[in-house]
Design a protein around this ligand. Sequence first.
Ligand SMILES: Cc1ncc(COP(=O)(O)O)c(C=O)c1O
Length: 400
Amino acid sequence: MKNYLAGGVNSPIPIPTHYPSDIIGGNSPYVINKNGDKYIDLWMGYGALLFGHSDPEIVETIQKNIKNGWLFSYQTYLEKELSNIIHNIIPSAERVRFATTGSDAVAYSIRVSKAYTGREKVLSIIGGYHGVHEGMIPSAGTSNSLCLDLIPFNNVRIVKEKLKNKDYACFLLEPILANSGCTPPQKNYLKEIRKICNETNTVLIFDEIVIGFRISINGAQGFYGVTPDLSLFSKAIAGGLPLSVVCGKKKIMENFIPNGDVFFAGTFNANPLSLSVSKTIINKLQNGSLYLKNEELGNDLRKYITEQINNLKLPACVQGISSMLTIAFGCYNFKRGIKLESCDNKAYCFFIEEMAKRRILLPPLPTETIFLSPVHERVLDDIKTAIKQSLETVKNEYYK
Ligand SMILES: Cc1ncc(COP(=O)(O)O)c(C=O)c1O
């Protein structure tokens, strides 16, 4: 069929040669193309699909709720109910707002931080990703109006140095640098930056859009015991339906109109179908079994890949936490995150093509994270076999 998509795709990432471009469905660990070919999916909706594709309880929730209608303009009961639930599980959530995408949530959090502090500058992290809005990502056609300053992850001294003049509105970061090698914070890093933000009245924003609900029902903030001023959630919170959350301290959040003067609106915000799925997901997470299983699967796979890399003496490493991991070629450690320019992209691309030939799909960007789910348990041996064979081919053909 002729493809009228601009550039042939609907994203900035070209489709690797052996990847399908005609997905019609997904079930458990698989995505399925038009021919009926099944591929094991290790990208899992950019991490949104905590329970795999077409989880039966989520399907049931959608089927039940869609009958009641799906867009109302008026406040819904579910909005209030879910704000209550989030208030009870997320330490920073004194007040809550629902938006639609992660990028929206980031934009609102920066806007309200600027209004609250009366400052313009924004501090963030090299290798982080915070969405598509103006100034957040280098792109032709943007006006560069955001005063964004980027510093390396896991370096307290630089944060202190940057914030000492008290002229930054906020420090926006992923507490685990999921978009750059799935890099965890070093011991005390989050506690230290919390202290510095307190001392300099800088709004500390945790972007938990990827990691929120992946390592704990209380977010990374609950997991690490550090409460930011504002927090952002999306992806896993609504299992792949569009929903994002901005939550945080009452004194900052109450600056949104109508109590304050910061604009926050959107036709699809607080989408009732997404909220109903979110309620189901949070319920499913309450007993903690997903986190135990994810920890087990992640540790097992990281250990296995490390063994294969060592056996083959490959210049590569694997890093991550719980259900998340990143494989990087051309470097041996990346405690401040991986940069595209400092690892061997070509080796990664070679590797993922080998995996795709074996019907296993990894994120096509080397900085992106592999996301596991309990649904991968039954195909873990297939994943391991494919990794072993693909790494051997990388060794024999790429590094020959
Ligand atoms: C940490 C983080 N923040 C923000 C965003 C933007 O979210 P969205 O793509 O829903 O706009 C992303 C997207 O991947 C992300 O990973």
